[in-house]
Each structure stands twice: as C-alpha cells, then as structure tokens.
Design a protein around this ligand. Structure first.
Ligand code: 5GP
Ligand code: ZN
Length: 108
C-alpha cells in the first residue's frame, strides 16, 4: 500500500521520532500550524479512527499523548483527530495531532 505514514513509521524517510513505543511513533508535522505540532501515529495501518478494532491500541494512543506531552513539558495543548475528507482528513492513516505553543481559538 502506498501510504506516506506507513513509510514514515517504517523509517523509510529517516524521519526523526520525538517519541516511539513498540506500536506507535510520534514525529513533527511537516506543515506546523503552531510552534509545536506533533503527530501520534500507530505503526499499523488504519485509515481512520472508525477503522480501529483494537481497544489496547486506542488506550495506548491516548497514553502516548500523555507521555510525550509530559516528556516535552507541554502543559497546554489541543488534540485533534480528523476522520473523513469533510472533516479535513488528508492523510488516510490514523493520526492524532498535538498542537501547542500559541493561543488557540475556537474550532471550525
Ligand atoms: P490530516 O489533515 O489528515 O488530519 O493531517 C495530515 C497532516 O499530515 C497535515 O497536518 C500535514 O501537514 C501532515 N503531513 C502530510 N504529509 C506529511 C509528511 O510527509 N511528513 C510529515 N511529517 N507530515 C506530513
Ligand atoms: Zn498507512
């Protein structure tokens, strides 16, 4: 499958991982919308949140958000998961955005 996040998670582009577990990588967004903009990405391919059938992975993704923000001393942040084109999803491999470092306004 030709999936950019599968390739990144596989190390094919030598992307720097700011955090990594057995099942998850975290790296910087290439087009940051704030001073800190990270992507939390499962190594296994799921097109979006609705596709995930693994409760342990769902828990691990959220734990990873906790762990990486703690590690980097990020106290105030927004998490975003876009599911579907209309919601703004552009990369169809599940990812959680962590956005921080500036005052964020309302959603939408
Ligand atoms: P989405 O709109 O699907 O929720 O978010 C996709 C995000 O992936 C966008 O913020 C975009 O900037 C980022 N992105 C797309 N391609 C790449 C890439 O090759 N490397 C990195 N680090 N981020 C990417
Ligand atoms: Zn993928």
């Amino acid at each position: 499958m030709d999936c950019i996040f599968c390739k990144i998670a596989n190390g094919e582009f030598n992307t720097e991982f700011v955090y990594e577990t057995e099942n998850i990588v975290v790296f910087k967004d290439i087009n940051p919308v704030a001073p800190t903009h990270l992507l939390v990405v499962p190594k296994k391919h799921y097109s979006n949140l609705s596709e995930v059938d693994d409760k342990n992975l769902l828990a691990e993704l959220m734990e990873t958000v906790q762990n990486v923000t703690k590690k980097l001393n990020i106290e105030s942040f927004r998490t975003v998961i876009n599911t579907g084109k209309e919601a703004g999803q552009e990369v169809f491999h599940l990812h959680i955005h962590i956005i921080s470092g500036r005052k964020l306004e309302g959603l939408g």
